[in-house]
Design a protein around this ligand. Sequence first.
Ligand SMILES: C[S@@+](CC[C@H](N)C(=O)[O-])C[C@H]1O[C@@H](n2cnc3c(N)ncnc32)[C@H](O)[C@@H]1O
Length: 434
Amino acid sequence: MAKVEHNEAIGAAEPQLSEDEEAEDQQPETASSSEVLPVEEGKTTKHPHSDDEEADGEPSANVPSKDPQHTTVVASHYNQLKERGLYERSKSRIFYMRNFNNWIKSILINRYLNKIREKAALGTPLRVMDMCCGKGGDLLKWSKGNITHLICTDIAAVSVEQCETRYKNIIQNDRGSGGGGRNSGQSASTGKVFTAEFFAADATLQRLREKYHDASVELNLVSCQFAFHYCFESLRQAEFMLKNAAECLREGGYFIGTIPDANEIMKRQRAAGSDTFGNDVYKITFLCDTEQPPLFGAKYNFQLDGVVDCPEFLVHFPTLIKLALKYGLRLVEKQRFDEFYSESVQSGRGLIEKMQALETFPGQSRDERERQQNLSEYSHAQGHLDKKGAGGGGRFQKVGTLSKSEWEASTLYMFFAFQKMKTSWDKNGKPIYS
Ligand SMILES: C[S@@+](CC[C@H](N)C(=O)[O-])C[C@H]1O[C@@H](n2cnc3c(N)ncnc32)[C@H](O)[C@@H]1O
């Protein structure tokens, strides 16, 4: 059995770092978390929406007649979110959960960039769209992924501006880092310099292609992280967003994303026997019929430690699969975060430590105080150590984990990956995907 190294120090936050993504560049002084502990075994239950129900009906025009209120609410919510520095974030109740989610995105993005690269000839340009890019939390992932060009778009104009500023900083650092940059194309710090474009748009209502610098661009990857569920407000918006994701993808290219798992949400709503449920970290309040949630517009308010607090919509996954096919996207993979973690923890262990994706237990962090207040949040970790200690001669004294509340919040999510099919055209000019 692997021995867990001792190290009392939880990585001190580096106040000078101010970007979400820079967590990847930290060299934390955490204990080596060679023992990691998922808190809960995930079980999937059937979504109350019938799997037989089909989303039918065509959007009658490219642009819906009515601007739904929610997209404006969502945009203003995200526009108002303040950028918090790393030091401030490290004090947050969900510091490790955010890092954990970020770790999952890193593994996911790398996995699909690698798949694309495996099939492409050496030197082929790699073009990506970060749809709903937010403030640019994934910019370093793109940089490290050695992509060639990035299109960043989001409904929140302020976020897009912040994203562009971040990009400029990364590129500047990269060029100034000596080891690579413009000439060799490779830097020691962040990867290859890539070009990028930025614009604000509602991906559920506006055709993104018309806003690209080059509308004929062929993308290898479209990524939509923690955002696709907003389009399930209506069939028309879901179709619009899928069309935006699919229409510029090359054959064999991928559309990847992370969304709340509607099955898991409904399972927890049933277990709670209430339309409001959650824990210290997250709270969901349903604003629709939970006995028979609609396929679209199944609305709930989601609060996450002050990070997100706006209306979201359940994504009925069987409907998403059918709709995606209409735009030539075939589902190739989907997994809940807890399953993904179990599968990826061995290969991703180094990155877990680097990104501080798990908290070291016991440690002398803010959570020493929190543990005193709420021992149950870490009872799983203590139990694990007790068990290992009994059989392992006291060798296991540290473990990497998340608090129960953070784990419950993170395991609300799942990821998906669709692949663009081969497109041919019938004599009426309609696409045929195969
Ligand atoms: C939780 S944030 C995720 C940001 C980023 N993808 C990440 O992983 O860090 C969700 C983002 O989706 C954006 N968004 C929500 N609805 C949108 C829409 N209709 N069109 C474009 N962006 C939207 C929000 O403005 C916000 O930036």
